[in-house]
Design a protein around this ligand. Structure first.
Ligand code: IMP
Length: 499
């Protein structure tokens, strides 16, 4: 006989947090949001921890290399979308890894035999102010000079003029050598009034460029999520079909952590994929999505480093309507959290869980953390920002950005779904939509983070672990939801507009 769950499954909006005593030490500036993303043994530290509990969704309209860099600068992580060719996804990962905080691998490079026309073409294409001149025209070739706009005059110089005739030659350059620290590089930049400092090894091979503006931005980003090499940490989505080709390429590109992207993760396909990755590579891997204890334990036994929770709650998701599967996000999280804590008690291994989908208000993030999530994954939230990959459009008087589900026809992500071997989507599980444009990631994130920290102070918690331990969470009735908004007053805006 079928098993029934006769309690309704709940969403975040059905809960509120009850304040605990706020001590004087409990202030937003004292709250730390560091959180584990990979499993670890009791008493040890996770190999990877986030500085803020945010990850961006594995979606074409959300997580490319630009958003990944911007989010890593703020302390969170992106999982670059997998619904693209292996080469394109690996190239995006490589771009994030090359964007070493403050140290940049040169992207505009020519040889001394190129011409002024080549310089101008390259500048138009890349919009970079500095071109590195190396013996073979590669970013790691022997550095022979640098060209900036101060080295030529378009009105006077012939377009055929060779670079070697007008570049600033290596002998006249101020440069740093391998091993130089960022503050040391910055001292040289200031001392010599430079815009850019090349870093070379002992054979004069170009390593990095350090730009004055990047040093400033590095100082503004104290929470940057960096690996031991000072490169940004980045994730990537994979699927259970082509992992044999995709994973080696992503690992080669330097990916730090993978996640299997699927609407239903409780499957033998996921177990096989996790086992393959664990047997062949030294890279972290998360799996999901699940909504109950059994699904969680299955993926943990398979070896997952973290588990993602949520089916059907995503803003663009129509899985529940199409297939009738899913569970309210809060109920799913509460059950998986219980299973995780029990697993920790029994084995001493803490497996982080990620609440994926359905975050609408900032307080939903705090609730998710209180209910046991170590971090959240969001699509709609990040799709609204300048840094997401989609175009900003004007509709009527409003600016919007496009946002489409990985299960929509537009994404053509048949690998994410079990299409019974068909290389096509048989039916859609997501929609193609707009979201209101909201400006820069940094500005919005700062506000959201401040709200989370301030709520955590109301709950008497200076860390996510304390919040998970201390939170008191109450169900709300339908009528108290009315009480929660502005009520029984005449809103000035609507009375003025005559509505
Ligand atoms: P959001 O933050 O509410 O927009 O939810 C984002 C999440 O929705 C993603 O991380 C995925 O787990 C999920 N998702 C993405 N595309 C689809 C889709 O087309 N159908 C169903 N779920 C999707």
């Amino acid at each position: 006989m079928a098993h029934y769950y006769l309690e309704p499954s709940r969403t975040f909006s059905e809960f509120l947090l009850i304040p605990n005593l706020t001590t004087k030490e409990c202030t937003p500036s004292n709250v730390k949001l560091t959180t584990p993303i990979t499993k670890f043994k009791r008493g040890t530290q996770p190999d990877i921890a986030l500085n803020i509990p945010f990850s961006s969704a594995v979606m074409q309209s959300v997580s490319d290399h630009n958003l990944a860099t911007a989010l890593a600068q703020c302390g969170g992580i992106s999982f670059i979308f997998g619904s693209q060719s292996v080469e394109d996804q690996a190239a995006m990962v490589r771009k994030v890894k090359e964007h070493k905080a403050g140290f940049v691998v040169s992207r505009s490079n020519l040889t001394p035999q190129h011409t002024l026309k080549d310089v101008l073409d390259l500048k138009e294409q890349n919009n970079h102010s500095t071109v590195a001149i190396t013996d073979d025209g590669t970013p790691r070739g022997r550095l022979l000079g640098i060209v900036t706009s101060r080295d030529y005059r378009i009105s006077r110089d012939s377009l055929d003029k060779q670079v070697q005739e007008f570049m600033t030659p290596f002998s006249s350059l101020i440069y740093g050598t391998s091993g130089i620290t960022l503050p040391e590089a910055n001292d040289l930049i200031w001392q010599h009034k430079l815009n850019c400092l090349p870093i070379v090894d002992d054979q004069q091979k170009l390593q990095y460029l350090v730009f004055r503006k990047d040093y400033d931005s590095h100082k503004e980003n104290p929470l940057s999520l960096l690996d031991s090499n000072k490169s940004y940490i980045v994730g990537a989505g994979i699927n259970t079909k082509d992992y044999g080709e995709r994973v080696p390429a992503l690992v080669e590109a330097g990916v730090d952590i993978l996640v299997i992207d699927s609407s239903d993760g409780y499957s033998e396909w996921q177990k096989e994929t996790v086992e393959y990755v664990k047997a062949n590579f030294d890279v972290k891997i998360g799996a999901g999505n699940v909504v109950d204890r059994e699904g969680f334990l299955y993926l943990v036994e398979a070896g997952a480093d973290f588990v993602k929770v949520g089916i059907g709650g995503g803003s663009i998701c129509i899985t529940r309507e199409q297939k009738g599967i899913g569970r309210g996000q809060a109920s799913a999280l509460i059950e998986v959290n219980e299973a995780r804590n029990q697993y920790f008690e029994e084995t001493g291994i803490y497996v982080p869980i990620c609440s994926d989908g359905g975050i609408v208000h900032d307080y939903h993030i705090t609730l998710a953390l209180a209910m046991g999530a170590d971090f959240v994954m969001m699509g709609r939230y990040f799709a609204r920002f300048d840094e997401s990959p989609t175009k900003k459009l004007k509709i009527g008087n409003n600016f919007v950005k496009e946002f489409w589900g990985e299960g929509s026809n537009r994404a053509r992500n048949w690998q994410r779904y079990d299409a019974g071997g068909k290389q096509t989507l048989v039916f859609e599980e997501g929609v193609d939509s707009y979201v209101p444009y909201a400006g820069s990631l940094r500005e919005n994130l700062d506000k959201t983070i401040y709200k989370i920290k301030s709520t955590m102070c109301n709950c008497g918690s200076n860390s996510i672990a304390e919040l998970q331990q201390n939170a008191r969470i109450t169900l709300v009735s339908a009528t108290s939801l009315v009480e929660g908004g502005a009520h029984d007053v005449i809103m000035k805006e609507s009375s003025l507009s005559g509505e």
